[in-house]
Design a protein around this ligand. Structure first.
Ligand code: ADP
Ligand code: MG
Length: 731
């Protein structure tokens, strides 16, 4: 039978097996099945480490039947068959009722699949699926038995048999495969042919074969990913934008003259980089990463000023209304009369800065939109909604996206539609991005980095406050807050949840408010609910901070109240702001010096780093206290200790990556399937990814580009990258 990678499995396996495979394992085509790799390999003798199994795990074990006994049950009718199976080192019990599987014989080897349970302290499977390995089963002769991700009705050995069918007919297999890896690349990197790799991955005889196969199959993944990104970069480069060269004597010069500080070397360098790129016709697509507080805003402002001087408009997009309003305020403050051109006290040489947010009154909005449309507003600040709501620009030249990690391809496309030519784009993030992530998730952007903080920062020190181990430290934390306030400073108290305002509704907040704890620590229902802003604020007001002015800030407040609250805090009319992660990104109140994070274990590493950045913004030393019930020795406690121990964002980014799986990094849990990444590890395969990037870029740029490599082109076309940017949001 002639098959191709797209052949429906029903044609190969029959409709019944194909249906359960499709329903339960999402395997539909020959390609899907061939890329459904073994999770591990069972070896005779060392096989499964039965002792390591956890109750609730669904597993397949390879073991020998040691003992079979059937007896009548005491309290109810029917029989109970107990089978003891072992792998040499340890044993476990299988339980069957009413003679099911009573055909198991002592001495037989088999694969047993089930959910681990316990009975009287011993681990057992109740009614496991059994696959006895018979003498003529050539799989048994193998040193390594592949164990596949399986489901209720598709056991590992059903997958194994099905894959074997595909692999046995080597000729049709080779005809069916579309090898995305060009021969030259394969030889250059000493990789085995695809058919060999698949056979070695699914039916290995030695670990070396598995390693060889992995290397080759990872290359496929990395190359397709990188070729997709390279093609995207090339397409963007070929679509001309508008050059916005630097012009002296305008807004930019005025901004530089008005800055109350001198730029850091990093700000200056990145500024030159941006200036040169804006002057080109090829649209800029750049990611600016800089530590929290490294001063990205002023870099963006200078780029925007250059564009305004060149006759264009610039839009600054923030993830929240709080942040958008803050940006509008601080730009207006820096620009002074230069930001009020057209108004009575405005400087005609300047431009207008307008704020556009969803919660503005209709009349205000209408006026702002008109100024954007007729070009009198050179700088527009808004939330992301700005793009979706069909706001018309006279001549949009630059879009700066601040702290907005989900700024993917779709949004970029939406931007293209905003002008006759695509604008320049600058994406800014304070979450440091490990190199492999920059090369993959953000691989279609160029990157710049601001490593240096402006001089004279007090820095921030962090400590974990383990509530269980050291209850007294909590009182000490509130005492520190009182001391700081007494010294004229302010504090944030951050909680994971808003709390019951109305007894119902979704209780989350902010753009990045997803519970950031690693997946294995979630979903334990016996945990108490996370601490809530409203409860904690009440507790503080009536208890340890009763003498202070304590206010709350969260996403369920109306926009004007939030804005007013933030303003009051910035004006030091509030001592302590109890908030959700709405304060996570960008909020800039240099007089705030303490942050107490409640239930710190509920936040991810990058999120904590972001949060803590709020109190390292001025001359005074900052203090961040991570309050948690997690014992210091637990993995969670250690994760928090690591956050407390370093302020190096890049080191933390790596730690963050380690606590997550690549699947999460590249998208939703199953997006390994969509992004084509199954084996590649962003943590371990940096060198391979970098090499693949070089090869892919060359392939895309040589000759007819990917047209010379149809298999690679097809694989690229099939790759869905649209949900790439979950990486940072999940942090
Ligand atoms: P982030 O990079 O986290 O967005 P901001 O742009 O908000 O940081 O800058 C943080 C603070 O540092 C602001 O108050 C800003 O005015 C100040 N700042 C920026 N650049 C400098 C500099 N070169 N020297 C001193 N202060 C600076
Ligand atoms: Mg910022």
């Amino acid at each position: 039978m002639a098959i191709s990678m797209d052949t429906d499995l029903a044609r190969v396996l029959g409709p019944k097996t194909a249906k359960v495979m499709a329903d339960q394992l999402q395997l539909r085509t020959v390609r899907d099945l061939l890329r459904h790799y073994p999770r591990r390999y069972a070896r005779r003798g060392e096989m499964t480490r039965l002792d390591d199994l956890q109750v609730g795990d669904r597993v397949t074990v390879l073991a020998q039947v040691k003992k079979v006994s059937t007896r009548k049950m005491n309290r109810r009718p029917g029989t109970l068959t107990e089978v003891t199976v072992g792998d040499g080192a340890s044993s476990m019990r299988l339980v069957f009722f009413n003679h099911r599987h009573a055909h198991l014989d002592v001495g037989e080897w088999g694969l047993f699949a089930g959910t681990v349970g316990t009975w009287q302290g011993d681990k057992q499977f109740t009614h496991p699926d059994c696959h006895i390995i018979t003498g003529d089963d050539d799989d048994w002769a193998r040193a390594m038995v592949p164990i596949y991700p399986a489901s209720k009705d598709v056991s590992s050995w059903v997958v194994q048999k099905s894959v074997k069918m595909l692999l046995d007919d080597r000729r049709s297999l080779e005809q069916a495969l579309d090898d995305p890896l060009p021969e030259a690349v394969r030889h250059r990197h000493g990789l085995v042919p695809l058919a060999t790799a698949l056979v070695q991955k699914h039916r290995p005889e030695t670990q070396e074969q598995v390693d060889e196969a992995d290397e080759r199959l990872k290359w496929d993944e990395a190359l397709v990913l990188q070729a997709t990104l390279a093609a995207r970069r090339r397409a963007a480069a070929l679509e001309p934008g508008i050059s916005r060269p630097r012009r002296g004597g305008g807004l930019l010069d005025a901004v530089d003259a008005a800055l109350p500080f001198s730029l850091t070397d990093g700000q200056r360098e990145v500024g030159e980089e941006l200036a040169a790129e804006l002057a080109r016709e090829q649209p800029m697509n750049r990611l600016l990463q800089g530590e929290v507080g490294s001063g990205k805003t002023v870099v963006a402002l200078r780029a925007m000023a250059q564009v305004v001087d060149a006759g264009g408009q610039a839009a600054l997009l923030a993830p929240t209304e709080v942040l958008a309003a803050q940006h509008a305020r601080s730009l207006a403050a820096v620009l002074g009369p230069l930001g009020r051109a057209g108004e009575l006290d405005g400087d005609p040489a300047g431009t207008r800065v307008v704020l556009l947010t969803g919660s503005q009154k209709a009349a205000v909005r209408r006026e702002a939109r008109a100024a954007v449309a007729d070009g009198s507003a050179g700088i527009v600040v808004g939330t992301h909604a700005l793009l979706q709501e069909g706001v018309e620009f006279a001549d949009l030249g630059l879009v700066v996206v601040d702290e907005q990690h989900r700024f993917g391809v779709e949004q970029r496309d939406a931007l293209r539609a905003k002008g006759t030519r695509p604008p320049h784009v600058l994406v800014m993030t304070a979450t440091p991005i490990p190199r492999t992530v920059a090369m993959t998730v953000y691989g279609d952007l160029e990157t710049s980095t601001l490593r240096q903080l402006p001089a004279g920062r007090g820095g921030v020190s962090s400590s974990v406050v383990p509530v269980r181990d050291k209850p007294a430290w909590v009182d000490r934390a509130w005492a520190r807050v009182r001391e700081e306030v007494a010294a004229g400073r302010q504090a944030y108290v951050v909680c994971p949840r808003i709390g019951d305002l109305d007894g119902g509704g979704k209780d989350d907040d902010g753009p990045d408010d997803a519970d950031g704890a690693p997946p294995e620590e979630q979903g334990t229902s016996d945990r108490r609910p996370p601490l809530a802003v409203l409860d904690v604020a009440e507790h503080l007001r009536t208890g340890p901070l009763s003498a202070l002015r304590v206010e709350v800030l969260h996403g369920r407040m109306p926009a004007d109240e939030k804005e007013a609250r933030m303003r009051a805090f910035a004006a030091a009319d509030v001592d302590v702001l109890v908030a959700t992660t709405v304060v996570e990104v960008g909020v800039d109140v240099p007089n705030a010096t303490v942050m107490v994070v409640m239930d710190a274990d509920r936040f991810g590493v990058s999120q904590l780093h972001q949060l803590r950045g709020r109190v390292a913004r001025g001359r005074h030393a900052g203090l961040c206290l991570l309050v948690t019930e997690a014992p210091s020795t637990s993995p969670t406690g250690q994760r928090l200790a690591a956050v407390a121990a370093t302020t190096d964002g890049f080191q933390l980014a790596r730690l963050d990556l380690e606590t997550r799986r690549e699947g999460d990094v590249l998208g939703a849990a199953q997006s390994g399937r969509r992004s084509g990444v199954r084996l590649l590890s962003l943590l371990d395969d940096e060198a391979l990814i970098a090499e693949a990037r070089v090869e892919a870029t060359a392939l895309v740029e040589q000759g007819a580009g990917l047209a010379d490599h149809p298999e690679l082109a097809a694989a690229v076309a099939a790759l869905a990258l649209d949900d790439r940017a979950d990486y940072l949001e999940k942090a």
